[in-house]
Ligand binder design. Structure first.
Ligand code: FNR
Length: 337
């Protein structure tokens, strides 16, 4: 097995090791107010939305995780099937591995084969050349391309990147890639200045991927000889990062630490157009099987429709008008930013 494939498998293993259903995060410090008189009924059709021109059953999706090993093949096959049956979008893990190891293509393409009509989002690192990225988009018949900004993860990786000049390459990607682009963090949160800068460069969709869920400093630290555990605290919490994105008036995806349908609703209240879930779904698949995750996603769709009703919502477009308040610590951070 190549070093890169081994790394992919280690990420899956360590994401499992460090996962905790009970982990608290910034969503616990955010509260939304429910009208005692909702004047609404439960309807799954309210959840329906469009992403990159295709119809979807719900605004939440499976975020980027894997590809590039045998284990990743099996996971992407299951995720492709589940995405197809539940009509939600699926982002695949970084396909930058294909530049050096093209024989790993099957482990990505399998998701497209299982989900020929649905939304599949490819993912590359910010140093990937426009030619390579376009080839990946074409090979996966991707509807969009996520470009991940993962400086903290790289610095925590013994074999990671040490040069973080990505802007010029991002400009080239923006000019040459033929599908919509998503600028994405990997769990440390997009900051307002970066969103502002990239908005001015013409990028229009951001996945803020804040802290509170999967922590790649923790994952990489476990693969490391030296102790870099202090990096585990440097992330920008998801709720804060989302509020920053909203202030920049860009379209954005809220992700990082989504644990249940109430978190999804809060993410939509923050103004997220879509909501991404990675490890919460992966753990159900790994610990059980594809049918269990399929059922869970169908349940989330039902439960989210139920939540919308008790919060008096009849249209996804107006969810961000639900009144909200924040606990003192979060409020304090927000006042300073
Ligand atoms: C990830 N994530 C990720 N992100 C990305 O842009 N490219 C990638 O290849 C990967 N790989 C990956 C592997 C595994 C096993 C996990 C769990 C996650 C990050 C992911 O898309 C997401 O941004 C973070 O995990 C935060 O979301 P959750 O896990 O808290 O929902």
């Amino acid at each position: 097995m190549s070093i890169r494939s081994k790394r992919k498998d280690e990420h899956i293993k360590l994401a499992e090791k460090f996962y905790s259903q009970k982990k608290i995060n910034s969503f616990d410090e955010m509260h939304i107010i429910r009208p005692a008189l909702p004047e609404a009924s439960v309807s799954k059709t309210i959840l329906r939305t469009k992403m990159f021109g295709k119809d979807l059953a719900a605004p939440f999706f499976i975020n980027a995780m894997t590809g590039g090993s045998q284990k990743a093949y099996a996971i992407n096959q299951s995720l492709g099937k589940i995405a197809s049956k539940t009509q939600i979008a699926l982002a695949l893990g970084s396909a930058s591995i294909l530049i050096k190891e093209h024989d790993q293509l099957d482990s990505f393409i399998v998701a497209r084969e299982e989900n020929p009509e649905g939304v599949i989002i490819a993912n590359v690192n910010a140093a990937t050349s426009a030619n390579d990225a376009q080839k990946i988009v074409s090979e996966l018949k991707a509807d969009a391309l996520q470009i991940h900004l993962n400086a903290v993860q790289e610095i925590a990786m013994p074999e990671g990147e040490r040069k973080f000049y990505w802007l010029d390459n991002l400009r080239k990607l923006r000019q040459q890639i033929t599908v919509p682009l998503v600028i994405k963090e990997v769990g440390f949160g997009l900051d307002r200045a970066t969103i502002h800068l990239l908005k001015n460069e013409g990028f229009s969709l951001f996945d803020i991927a804040g802290s509170g869920g999967t922590n790649f400093a923790q994952i990489e630290n476990a693969r490391n000889q030296s102790d870099l555990s202090y990096l585990e605290t440097v992330g920008l919490p998801t709720v804060i990062s989302a509020i920053m994105a909203k202030k920049e008036k860009v379209d954005f995806i809220v992700s990082g630490g989504i644990r249940n349908p109430l978190d999804v609703l809060k993410a939509l209240c923050l103004g997220g157009k879509y909501v991404g879930i990675a490890n919460t779904f992966l753990q159900v698949l790994i610990k059980n099987d594809a049918d269990t995750l399929l059922q869970m996603i169908l349940n989330w769709q039902k439960e989210l429709a139920g939540l919308l009703a008790i919060y008096g919502q009849t249209d996804l477009q107006t969810v961000s008008s639900i009144p909200k308040y924040y606990d003192l610590q979060l409020q304090n951070w927000l006042q300073q930013l």
